[in-house]
Design a binder for this molecule. Structure first.
Ligand SMILES: O=P(O)(O)OC[C@H]1O[C@@H](O)[C@@H](O)[C@@H](O)[C@@H]1O
Length: 399
């Protein structure tokens, strides 16, 4: 173990054996991130029940809004991306994520603002809720009970969904997402039904079981994904808009939990630009020099750093109409990038979506990578929960 300059302990080389030692895993995970992550299915059920108690029906009183703004930062902000992809390209109303304090200048009485904050105190969500109230926009707030956000919502007489706090916010993605979806359902913008929620929760439970710490690497998809990524620069591309939301989420968790630099995005866009990374110094050029018989652990000077591609494939449900790219195009592109990686010797992991609804498919692309980011942190001896750099950044910038 070595100490970084800020006193953070860890090891540069991943300790593979540690992943198959449940006692050591628990010891390196004092905040219980594995358990929080395994609660994803329970979060869906709990948040659905809490949202049912809030009076979301009032949102529909003034009819369909002109636009919906999802205001929040970090994981809270990601809920807006989830809503946009679940609503799909035929959603009649624009869904806009807003990640800085306040609301866009055009927001007014015709619009709905959903302010989201796990702690209920991010300046971004609070600023947005206050601005929405001032401008007469309909407001919904989602966040910790008895928080500043709840006070703002009460002052505005706006529905508030109290989501119990699980530190850190990134372990609450599902708890925060479900109320956002149900608020949008009250507005007639998404068709998420009770069966979709139940099946999504069941899928998250089943994936948590496959990824549990007692399941060894060779049968545990999250541990094997983590070990494949160890020591690499991950590139995570999504084959469809839905898969791209999952790719960006993996970027969040790989950075925050495992402290890995990561490139994420949509394969469609990457194919016109970033796919060139596969030819570069960390891609084909590094692989060309690789001695296939060498022990990978000899690479301790960082010179052998290589890309590792993670392809999240949707295989989709999209209706064949002019609002969506045809599924066949997405599939051909995903096959093509796998061939490209293979030709250059760049290793590639593929996670394929499963499930009948958009929400369940998204869950199936998020669950295993969420666990993988934690196992990767643990293999490096890093506490996946505590991120001193985020705290230090907040202190230095006085936020
Ligand atoms: O959801 P809230 O509490 O507003 O936090 C929003 C974001 O704040 C940042 O400082 C980090 O902690 C993120 O992990 C978090 O998602």
């Amino acid at each position: 173990m070595i100490d970084g300059t800020a006193g953070v302990s860890g090891r540069r080389d991943a300790d593979e054996a540690l992943l198959d030692n449940p006692a050591a895993l628990a010891e390196h995970d004092p905040g219980d991130m594995l358990r929080h992550t395994a609660s994803a299915g329970a979060q869906v059920r709990e948040s659905a029940a809490l949202a049912a108690e809030a009076n979301l029906a009032v949102l529909a009183d003034d009819g369909r809004p002109r636009a919906v703004v999802i205001a929040g930062i970090g994981t809270a902000g990601r809920t807006g991306d989830v809503l946009a992809t679940v609503a799909g390209p035929r959603c009649p109303v624009p869904i806009i994520g807003h990640r800085s304090a306040g609301v866009p200048g055009w927001v007014g009485a015709a619009d709905v603002v959903i302010a989201v904050s796990a702690s209920g105190r991010s300046p971004e969500a609070l600023g947005a809720a206050e601005a929405a109230h001032r401008r007469g926009a309909r407001l919904v707030a989602v966040g910790a009970p008895d928080s500043q956000l709840q006070s703002v919502a009460e002052r505005a007489r706006a529905p508030f969904i109290p989501v119990p706090r699980r530190a850190p916010a990134r372990a609450s993605l599902w708890a925060l997402t479900v109320p956002v979806l149900l608020a949008a359902r009250s507005l007639g913008l998404v068709k998420v039904n009770e069966a979709d929620l139940a099946e999504t929760a069941a899928r998250l439970d089943a994936d948590a079981d496959r990824c549990r710490s007692a399941a060894e690497s060779f049968v545990n998809p999250a541990k094997s994904l983590a070990l494949g990524l160890a020591g690499s620069i991950p590139i995570v591309w999504g084959s469809s808009p839905l898969a791209t939301v999952a790719a960006r989420r993996f970027g969040d968790t790989l950075s925050a939990n495992a402290r890995y630099p990561v490139v994420t995005g949509a394969l469609g866009e990457a194919g016109r630009g970033r796919v060139g990374l596969l030819d570069g110094v960390f891609g084909g050029l590094a692989e060309g020099e690789r001695d296939i018989f060498a022990d990978p652990s000899d690479d301790d000077d960082g010179e052998g750093t290589r890309l590792r591609l993670v392809l999240l494939r949707d295989g989709g449900l999209n209706a064949e109409d002019d609002t969506d790219e045809p599924l066949a195009v997405e599939e051909r592109r995903a096959d093509a990038v796998q061939t490209l990686a293979e030709r250059r010797g760049v290793r590639c992991d593929v996670v394929t979506a499963e499930g009948g609804s958009a929400l369940e498919r998204l869950a199936s692309l998020i669950a295993v990578p969420d666990f993988a980011s934690i196992y990767l942190a643990l293999a490096h001896g890093l506490d996946p929960m505590a991120v001193p750099a985020i705290t230090e950044m907040k202190e230095l910038s006085n936020q």
